[in-house]
Design a binder for this molecule. Structure first.
Ligand code: NAD
Ligand code: MG
Length: 391
């Protein structure tokens, strides 16, 4: 029986992870969440967790009360999250959303554990640092993003020197066929309505803007060490093929699966073996056909920005992600329109490119967090300087 901890247990990935852990019979050690302490406490009771941590100190009293008599210890705040990451565990899920997931995941690597990485922002903001730390500590990082799990599976037993290209697919999101004018005025409710996947609010909106795919292209480069000009994006509205790897002999290995994150989570949970996962089985005869089309970078500029970020290197990924998170917050609060998110990110990148340390590769967690902080301030300034605000 392994000991398992889940960071971001109350989110979409966290809930799916616990669904599989309940079936695997592993022992749950630490669970973390945000303000949803009722769910966190319920999960801790159901899985007999030793520790439950809320990220917010002001939620501590509620969590402690909800855990009364359960035998689960309660803790709160960013330091408690880091302490939870230090607790010995054989398998740790990193599924906090946003740059907030970086520090706990990084800390977990120090114990040489297996880190299942759903938090794509970790690789985008600090890829070289994270991968080097994993090597140094003898830790294993397993990709959980569906496209990256797909690449990882297609690459099994292959020689990386024979890989010509990697193609990740994108559903195109809810605005795939919308005009630029209509996209510009889209509301948060429209953006969150993903056609194929049930996910958290933030990643759903990032899918609509294709910032999610932009993050994933960078994630591919950082995790697999594949040059950016060998990474392609293909719009595939059905979300059945998650990624393809092209080899030097012209062959393409495609990974197909249902649009259910439990496949990718389950692959990481059972790795290096394959274990049973209760997802729907594909009926390809019923599907009849699979459709693919090239992405439209005019309507979805995030993809172009991703390439610029990879070309810039250094801290560009940290700036890109932080500016995107701030722009997303403002879009959710209806303070900026949908199409302004990409404009804010681009302008923040331009302004920050002159900042000290922008061109240096991330060499410490502190330097990444400092750049993240600077970029958040920069993005807020860009937004404050915009001529008109949406009502
Ligand atoms: P979610 O919003 O549903 O859940 C996020 C979790 O993080 C919750 O437990 C929340 O309490 C916690 N959290 C939020 N802010 C926090 C903070 N500041 N400090 C500590 N904890 C905090 O998100 P999700 O959809 O489950 O996604 C989680 C991560 O996995 C993201 O990085 C996302 O990009 C990635 N991912 C998700 C999916 C998916 O299908 N949902 C697919 C691929 C990758
Ligand atoms: Mg994905």
């Amino acid at each position: 029986m392994r000991r398992i901890s889940v960071f971001g247990a109350t989110g979409s990935i966290g809930v799916n992870t616990l669904d599989l852990v309940a079936r695997s019979g592993d022992q749950v050690d630490a669970l973390t969440g945000g303000r949803n302490v009722a769910l966190l406490a319920e999960q801790a009771r159901r899985h007999g967790a030793a520790l439950a941590v809320t990220a917010h100190p002001e939620c501590y009293a509620d969590l402690k009360a909800a855990l009364a008599g359960s035998g689960t210890e309660a803790a709160a705040g960013p330091d408690a999250l880091l302490e939870a990451a230090e607790r010995p565990a054989d398998w740790i899920m990193s599924a906090i959303v946003g740059a907030a997931g970086l520090a706990p995941g990084f800390r977990a690597l120090a114990q040489g554990t297996t880190l299942a990485l759903a938090n794509k922002e970790s690789l985008v903001t600090a890829g070289p640092l994270l991968m080097a730390e994993a090597r140094r500590q003898g830790a294993t990082i397993l990709p959980v993003d569906s496209e990256h799990s797909a690449i990882f599976q297609a690459l099994r037993g292959e020689d990386m020197a024979t890989v010509e290209r990697v193609i990740i697919t994108a559903s195109g999101g809810p605005f795939r066929d919308w005009s630029a004018e209509r996209i510009a005025k889209a509301s948060p409710a429209e953006a969150v309505a993903h056609p194929n996947w049930a996910m958290g609010q933030r990643i759903s909106i990032d899918s609509a803007s294709m910032f999610n795919k932009a993050l994933e292209v960078i994630e591919t480069k950082e995790f697999f060490g594949i040059e950016s000009n060998r990474i392609e994006v293909l719009v595939h509205p059905q979300s059945i093929v998650h990624a393809l790897v092209g080899f030097c002999d012209g062959g393409l290995m495609a990974h197909l699966g249902p649009a259910d994150m439990r496949h990718a989570i389950g692959f990481a949970l059972h790795w290096p073996a394959r274990g049973p996962v209760p997802v729907e089985r594909l009926d390809l005869a019923r599907l009849c056909e699979l459709r693919f089309q090239a992405p439209d970078e005019a309507r979805f500029p995030a993809l172009r920005l991703a390439r610029e970020v990879m070309a810039a290197g250094g801290m560009a990924g940290a700036v890109f992600n932080a500016a995107k998170e701030v722009a997303l917050d403002h879009f959710i609060a209806r303070a900026i329109p949908f199409n302004a998110m990409a404009e804010v990110v681009e302008e923040t990148l331009t302004r920050l490119s002159a900042a000290e340390g922008f061109t240096s590769a991330p060499d410490s967690l502190d330097s990444v967090l400092a750049m993240d902080h600077l970029a958040r301030k920069g993005a807020a300034d860009v937004i404050a300087g915009r001529p008109t605000q949406q009502g």
